[in-house]
Write a protein that binds this ligand. Structure first.
Ligand code: MN
Length: 409
């Protein structure tokens, strides 16, 4: 692994946010002004002054209070900046200029790093889709006929995507009650452990983006918690899909790990049968990412979903998203769908972990859990193989459930 001149107490050798990762985010400075930054270990490098001094041809990309201009600039600029930041943090020659621009992460507030354009969520894990069908359609627990022909998705709500650490208020809504309907705070509040793809470079309206163009458009990855009110969702979702049961909040990591940091994490994609249509065919360039997710509830590890088991890849989701001529825009965000593996300790939602609430489980503190209670905190993390045996991280996404704000009426 590449050595740096940085203090090893700030960047330990086994830190998944070492020199091979370098994710981008936005932190509030001492005047509470948003500052684009790169994370290195337990430090943040403030990009605006660093780029202005050391890479002035790209200074305009970080002049704003978010990463929007940088995301839109495209892959050549992404590589330029990444190469420069890597040099600044490794080559002693830069130490004098760069060291004063490193700020300890502790005590820094990170904010949503980019303006979310469109938000779409897919459903790309075969294990999750089958598990969900067993709970939701026990009499007919199979994949629906379209599932192996296209990555199923729905449009979510971009305006309620929130940064890691934001509290999530228990939503109100309608649910079925016997033969009637009742209204109140959700009683089946759930999480979904997902990977989110952040689009940088857009595409023209009316054109398709082929699967092989994925790295030219997708800048990087975040973890995504697609909070889901199962009672609201179950009543509303037929026939047009999820709506208010999910649109109250979607949490993402504060730091975007660039795709460029995940070259060593590439693994063959799972075989697909039947062969997908030509626009989804990735033969010859078929790869997924070996991300190992971990989900903690109130501090205790409850699941380790393996992203490499996903049936559809991020590249196929992007190709499907644009096959009708819909454009990509900088800041588009799409979720993979709940990541679940084949084993009982690899499930990415409480719907699966508690079998629809019918099999509550106990944490080591003795508390019993089926769906989320007020005060529960869900934290998702992920790492993947990096160069030379290192691990590359996707920053945590954390959220705590807040009590519903008004009495039911
Ligand atoms: Mn989802």
């Amino acid at each position: 692994m590449t050595e740096t001149w940085l203090d090893p107490t700030a960047v330990a050798a086994d830190d998944p946010f070492g020199i091979a990762t370098l994710p981008y985010g936005v932190v509030l400075d001492s005047d509470r002004q948003p500052q684009p930054a790169v994370r290195i270990g337990q430090l943040a490098l403030l990009l605006r002054p660093a780029v202005a001094a050391l890479l002035p041809e790209h200074a305009d990309l970080f002049a704003g209070g978010n990463l929007d201009a940088f995301l839109a600039a495209g892959p050549a600029s992404w590589l330029d900046v990444r190469a420069a930041v890597t040099a600044w943090l490794t080559d002693e020659a830069y130490r004098e200029q760069v060291e004063p621009l490193l700020v300890p992460l502790a005590g820094l507030e990170a904010v949503l790093p980019f303006t979310v354009a469109d938000y779409v969520d897919f459903y790309a894990s075969e294990h999750h889709a089958l598990n969900a069908s067993r709970v939701l359609r026990p009499d007919n627990a199979t994949l629906l006929p379209n599932w192996k022909h296209l990555p199923v998705g729905y449009h979510g709500r971009a305006g309620t995507v929130v940064v890691s650490g934001t509290g999530v208020r228990r939503p109100h809504g309608q649910r079925r009650a016997g033969d009637g309907v009742e209204f109140g705070p959700s009683v089946r509040l759930d999480f979904e452990a997902e990977v989110g793809f952040v689009v940088g470079a857009g595409s023209p309206h009316g054109s398709r983006v082929p699967v092989g163009e994925f790295p030219r458009h997708v800048f990087g990855l975040v973890l995504l918690n697609d909070w889901s009110a199962r009672d609201i969702q179950a009543w509303e979702y037929v026939p047009l899909g999820p709506f208010l049961g999910k649109s109250f909040a979607t949490s993402i990591s504060a730091w975007i790990t660039p795709l460029a940091a995940l070259e060593s994490a590439r693994v063959p994609a799972v075989p697909r049968d039947p062969a997908p249509l030509p626009y989804l065919d990735d033969t010859g360039d078929s790869w997924n990412l070996d991300l190992e997710l971990e989900v903690r509830l109130n501090g205790e590890l409850i699941s380790r979903p393996p992203f490499a088991t996903m049936y559809w890849t991020g590249a196929q989701m992007m190709a499907h998203l644009t096959v009708n001529g819909a454009s990509l825009r900088p800041g588009d965000l799409y979720g993979s769908g709940t990541v679940s593996g084949p084993a009982d300790d690899q499930l990415g939602s409480l719907l699966e972990l508690s079998r629809g609430g019918s099999r509550p489980f106990r944490l080591s503190d003795g508390t019993e859990h089926a769906y989320l209670d007020d005060g529960d905190e869900v934290v998702m993390t992920a790492t993947a193989p990096g160069p030379d045996g290192s691990r590359v991280g996707i920053a945590e996404v954390r959220g705590r459930i807040l009590a519903a704000d008004t009495p039911a009426d």
